[in-house]
Unconditional design. Structure first.
Lengths: 490, 294
């Protein structure tokens, strides 16, 4: 028998219903993870900050270099064991090993016809694939904290700030006209669909920092966005063709746009145009910077199949999204799913191992975050947890993973509030009020509770604090807070 | 008039009361700090933003100054990212955070940190690296032809931009942060062309990617309806060759916007800075760029 290094025997940490394993990254690699995916053979591919694409053999726990030299890759999907679609800053690329030596030799540009002003904030996210094999990508808007390069790629939009402003000596004085975030080259702030042949169709606009895309089991596409100008708090959007999601800079690239500077369109008009987010990720409560949504497509991570996980940059956390479809519109709730030590911050990319464990890749890119890859394995024991949350005509129905002991109105506090839609950065919580629970009814099987509330309003977050709810075995709830975004009443 | 003793007691009580208030405020401030600030700030280390000790160093006994900065942040150090304005927290909460910062740093001395060095500087760079390069479009590629000769290729305009002699590129300015910088050329540029594609009479450019074999790279692209393959090799320390093959079925004109160095062609005729190639020549030809003779 071979000698097994002592530290390997103890490389797992168990905590709060999960086992954690730190995946060792080869030395010499800057371990900020921009992309993470699972190959058909079960191995894991990771893209790193400085352009490496490496493959991790999950059996031997060793890494191999597949490709180098990529430009800030921020997303990857495996097409086969030898070919990947990688989203680089300038393009969507098919990276392939065509001679079977385990190393990429062909880098085919599938789509690069979006604009680049050279502004650092113009990150490119995705891809994810639909059932027909189309790719979806999302493009960040540029940041008004920096300007543009002299040479740009693609058409410059003359709507709003002129090009001269970007090269003016006193850049700070131009910022009011430019906006905090700008989209001066095509399709910044958009989700785009790319056919397998490389043909592009614009999908939806109004995004600010759409760091990660994910389809759920119903084929609904979700994209997070980050608190900032025009975003009172971070959120998760349901991406639908032709919709505008609220950040106005990208409107200049809308077909038939009337040529007005989006920054000068009245806020009320923009508000009417926009599709509100499916879920608000309440700032400082649920998260500050949500990342990639990932469908839970199996039962080896607890009884949550069909829901989605969402990474979070600023909290030691991965969130769970409980979708609720009301009047044909998606809304729902978020709840911390993996939370606190030894989870770390910077949880940027997620992929499932073949065994149902979760690989989490971290990054920071100078913002709050961390490095490396963590593998999270469910310990197989069902925790006492909120399994689901649905809106009813009179309140909410809470579904539990285990039988509830009893519930009195005081065991649970609910407040409601909303955020401002405004040009300024972020928003305080507005009109915060306590919601009275008028009736509590536990289902016969003990697995759900119907709550009637004294007030239900659309356009509000319902923030649940559940400190004193216990299971019949006396277990406390795993996550004691969740936030439901109510856009539509039943 | 209060007696001296009573005044002393009153003053002492006021001081105690105020200290208690500040302490309570700091307690609340801790919670707000944890939820909204801690991801970017650390007590004694610079993370994304400065350490609390550094903040307290600038704002000793001046919590209002911390509040003012948080509502309208600037940038104090080079390459730092600007904090988003914390207006959503409001002045009252920010003041509590400020009280907490000053409380938790009391008695701690600030020592400026050194500029960080690249922790991965020993890693040999990739031979081909896509990155933000100077004097090129944002979709640039740096390619090392050999130890001493390197070129910049622009995937946006599909063309060679410049070559230099010396070491490859300093990538740390780009990799150290979020990409708000350019790589540095570590040598002397000996030939250089402008932004326009030299075949631009043919129509729009379309980059198709590149392939690699035995460390040699071949770029593929189209200009109008003509497909090109291009490999680039170093002929000497200040001379490179662009080796083209194409599917041209018509005569081509090649007109580089030369800014530095000189150029010549293996085929066709050059007059007034324009190379004319017949269809057959255009299918396989080389352009040589080199340093100008002094």
């Amino acid at each position: 028998m071979k000698f097994i290094p002592f530290f390997l025997l103890f490389s797992f940490t168990t905590f709060g219903g999960f086992k954690y394993e730190d995946i060792e990254i080869p030395s010499g690699i800057d371990p900020q993870v921009g992309g993470l995916c699972t190959l058909p053979n079960g191995n894991i591919a990771a893209c790193f900050h400085r352009g490496e694409l490496m493959i991790y053999n999950t059996k031997t726990k060793t890494w191999k270099m597949f490709a180098r030299g990529l430009h800030e890759p921020l997303g990857i999907v495996a097409l086969t064991n030898n070919e990947f679609a990688v989203m680089q800053r300038p393009e969507l690329t098919l990276v392939k090993d065509s001679n079977g030596d385990g190393k990429a030799d062909t880098y085919k540009t599938l789509y690069d016809e979006f604009g680049m002003s050279g502004n650092y904030h113009e990150f490119s996210f995705g891809p994810v694939r639909d059932k027909e094999g189309n790719f979806y990508i999302a493009l960040n808007v540029a940041s008004g904290l920096a300007s543009m390069r002299k040479e740009i790629r693609g058409e410059f939009s003359d709507v709003g700030a002129s090009r001269e402003r970007f090269y003016a000596k006193d850049w700070k004085k131009q910022k009011e006209a430019v906006g905090r975030m700008f989209s001066k080259v095509p399709y910044r702030g958009w989700v785009l669909k790319i056919s397998p042949e490389g043909k592009m169709t614009p999908v939806s606009s109004g995004l600010r920092s759409p760091n990660g895309l994910g389809f759920d089991a119903d084929g609904d596409l979700f994209v997070p966005d980050n608190q900032g100008d025009w975003l009172g708090t971070s959120k998760i959007h349901h991406i639908q063709k032709g919709h505008f999601h609220g950040h106005p800079a990208s409107l200049v690239w809308k077909k038939g746009w009337d040529g007005r500077d989006p920054l000068k369109v009245p806020v009320k008009e923009l508000d009417k145009m926009r599709t509100p987010a499916s879920v608000l990720v309440t700032q400082g409560i649920m998260g500050n910077s949500p990342t990639q949504p990932l469908l839970i497509d199996h039962n080896s991570f607890g009884p949550y199949k069909g829901q989605m996980l969402i990474g979070e940059m600023n909290f030691q956390r991965v969130l769970r999204f409980m979708k609720d479809k009301v009047n044909g519109q998606v809304q729902g709730a978020v709840i911390p799913h993996i939370d606190g030590d030894p989870m770390r911050i910077g949880n940027n990319r997620l992929t499932w191992g073949k065994d149902g464990s979760l690989y989490v890749g971290r990054t920071k890119l100078s913002w709050p975050g961390d490095n490396g890859i963590q593998r999270v394995i469910w310990d197989g024991k069902v925790d006492f947890d909120i399994q689901n949350l649905k809106l009813t005509k009179t309140g909410f129905k809470l579904f539990f993973t285990k039988k509830v002991n009893k519930l009195e109105a005081d065991d649970l506090k609910i407040s409601s509030y909303h955020y401002l839609y405004q040009r300024a950065y972020g928003s305080p919580q507005i009109d915060e009020k306590e919601i009275k629970i008028t009736k509590v009814q536990i289902a016969k099987d003990g697995l759900s509770i119907d709550l009637s509330l004294d007030s239900l309003e659309s356009g509000k977050v319902y923030d649940f604090t559940m400190n004193d709810i216990k299971s019949i075995d006396g277990d406390s709830l795993k996550a004691k807070r969740m936030c439901y975004t109510l856009n539509n009443l039943k | 008039m209060l007696a001296l003793k009573e005044r002393f007691v009153l003053r002492t009580m006021t001081i105690i009361w105020l200290a208690l208030l500040a302490s309570l405020s700091a307690e609340e401030g801790k919670d707000i700090y944890t939820a909204h600030c801690m991801a970017c700030h650390n007590l004694d280390k610079q993370v994304v933003g400065p350490s609390l000790i550094e903040i307290a160093h600038y704002y000793k006994e001046n919590p209002a100054g911390i509040v003012r900065w948080s509502l309208n942040p600037g940038v104090k150090r080079k390459l730092a990212i600007r904090m988003p304005p914390m207006t959503h927290l409001g002045k009252d909460k920010l003041l509590k955070v400020a009280d907490y910062i000053l409380k938790v740093t009391k008695g701690k001395r600030y020592k400026p940190e050194k500029e960080p060095e690249d922790p991965y500087k020993e890693t040999a760079p990739a031979k081909l690296q896509r990155m933000f390069m100077p004097d090129a479009g944002p979709a640039a590629i740096a390619l090392s032809l050999n130890e001493n000769v390197h070129i910049c290729w622009d995937a946006g305009t599909c063309q060679f931009r410049y070559a230099w002699n010396g070491k490859f590129i300093d990538q740390w300015p780009v990799w150290r942060g979020n990409g708000n910088a350019l790589a540095k050329v570590r040598g002397e540029t000996f030939t250089k062309v402008g932004q326009g594609n030299p075949f631009k009479n043919l129509g729009k450019t379309k980059f198709k990617g590149y392939s690699e074999k035995d460390g040699n790279y071949i770029f593929s692209y189209a200009v109008g309806d003509v497909d090109f393959s291009l490999s680039i090799s170093a002929l000497s320390s200040k001379e490179i060759s662009l080796n083209f093959t194409s599917n041209a079925s018509k005569n081509l004109e090649y007109k580089p916007e030369l800014e530095q160095g000189s150029w010549t062609s293996s085929k066709g005729e050059i007059s007034n800075g324009i190379l004319k190639l017949n269809a057959k020549e255009a299918q396989n030809f080389s352009i040589i760029f080199k340093a100008e003779k002094k």
